[in-house]
Design a protein around this ligand. Structure first.
Ligand code: GLV
Ligand code: MN
Ligand code: MN
Length: 413
């Protein structure tokens, strides 16, 4: 069956969606439950409705757009990604997997394809951890990897809990328990995404098929020291929370660099101090630390080393530490048969493809706990992501979308 992808249409939708942002162009910022996030959801939902997809939203705001197959009792084939964006992001991360999937479905419809299994597009709530410090909130709950009662207590930096947010944004909604999918609710899940790394572009390869997804651990660390006058508190008497935090930020770097695995990476992406005045000793420091690896053992050894450093710093500097391990996830292994099917689908349309590891995490990390899963990566310029200058060419997006459409056709037939 000839499937045609309308590259201009995807690009124009990507550009329109990028305008829905909390920041001025070219910066895209769409934090969970912000006005921009809610508007972006409405934008995508309207596009799904135009395509005659039946919409459903669960209690945490995951959106499901359903194309009913001829045998609706069979588990559907699912695809999708996220449309929330971290502060100072670009327009492709997540969005390509949503608007590309929409175009794949449109292309299949145009070709006259009639799916036997239903096809479902999923737009996940808060893949990005910005508001609550935890990534993949929606897919985590779908997979049962986060207990609903724990989720409801998640708190943002303004002290507002998920429970409060849900009461405001979805006042009619029900019990968070209902979000969890039964095992094999879907027959397969495929996520199209930009690579967020340089390999495909460097090697001039059209498509990456993901075999393994690295496992993140996220830590929130608070140091409470003692504040005071920057002129009057003598150096031997100080309990400076910032300096304790600075030592840990460096310890994170060393733990990752000196790990036995080249895939261990560690980042202190949040570091806030109080009171934040030039002539005042910082009495509080809040750090958020992201640590990842494709191997659990080396990731967890690095984590252990960071814990030991925290203990040593608190003793040496006379500060208190409160460490909250927000998540400590296992890596995902993608489904071997789906990986093969994706490689073959690429070959059928004359595209080059290779297997690869995802060092970023994705909703697929959790979907893989519920059904056979893989991801399709397309090249992005210089491997740049999580920045406003993130870019994937219309041709690259169109190629990825075509392979996604081919796969959906095969899996839904
Ligand atoms: C997802 O955005 C990640 O941080 O890997
Ligand atoms: Mn991201
Ligand atoms: Mn993403």
């Amino acid at each position: 069956m000839l499937i045609e992808i309308d590259s201009e249409r995807i690009q124009s939708e990507i550009d329109q969606l990028a305008k829905i942002s909390e920041a001025s162009p070219p910066v895209v910022t769409r934090v969970l439950f912000s006005k921009a996030d809610l508007q972006a959801r409405a934008y995508v939902q309207a596009r799904c409705t135009n395509l005659d997809l039946a919409l459903r939203e669960d209690v945490v705001g995951n959106i499901f757009a359903h194309w009913q197959g001829q045998d609706p009792d069979l588990p559907a084939v699912a695809t999708g990604s996220h449309i929330d964006a971290i502060p100072n992001a670009g327009k492709y991360d997540g969005v390509v997997g949503v608007l590309g999937a929409l175009e794949a479905i449109r292309g299949l419809k145009r070709s006259g394809f009639k799916p036997r299994r239903s096809i479902e597009l999923v737009i996940f709530t808060a893949e990005e951890p910005t508001r609550f410090g935890i990534g993949c909130l929606g897919s985590r709950l779908l997979a049962g990897a986060l207990a609903p009662e724990q989720a409801l207590q998640l708190t943002d930096s303004a002290g507002k809990r998920l429970a409060d947010w849900l009461g405001e944004v979805y006042p009619q909604s029900g019990d968070l328990q209902s979000v969890r999918l039964v095992p094999n609710f879907y027959s397969a899940f495929i996520e199209l995404h930009i690579e967020q790394g340089p390999l495909l572009e460097r090697q001039r390869i059209d498509l990456g098929v993901v075999e393994q997804i690295a496992a993140p651990a996220t830590l929130r660390l608070e140091f409470i020291g003692e504040g005071g006058h920057a002129g009057a508190v003598l150096m031997p008497d100080r309990h400076d929370a910032l300096l304790a935090g600075a030592e840990i930020a460096l310890a994170v770097e060393s733990a990752a660099k000196e790990s036995q695995s080249p895939d261990t990476v560690g980042t202190t992406g949040v570091f806030r101090i109080e009171p934040g005045a030039v002539n005042s000793v910082p009495y509080r420091a809040l750090l958020e630390i992201d640590l990842r690896d494709t191997r659990l053992s080396t990731r967890d050894s690095a984590l252990q080393r960071i814990r030991e450093n925290i203990l040593a710093v608190t003793r040496r500097r006379g500060v208190q530490a409160h460490l909250d391990v927000i998540n400590q996830d296992p890596p995902a292994v993608c489904d071997a048969a789906l990986v093969q099917a994706a490689l073959q689908a690429a070959a059928r349309v004359g595209l080059s493809a290779r297997c690869m590891v995802s060092r970023a995490y994705h909703d697929s990390l959790f979907m893989a706990q519920t059904c056979p899963t893989t991801m399709l990566f397309i090249p992005c310029r210089n491997g740049v992501s999580h920045r406003p200058d993130e870019y994937a060419s219309p041709e690259a997006i169109s190629k990825g979308t075509l392979v996604l459409a081919q796969l959906l056709e095969q899996l839904a037939s």
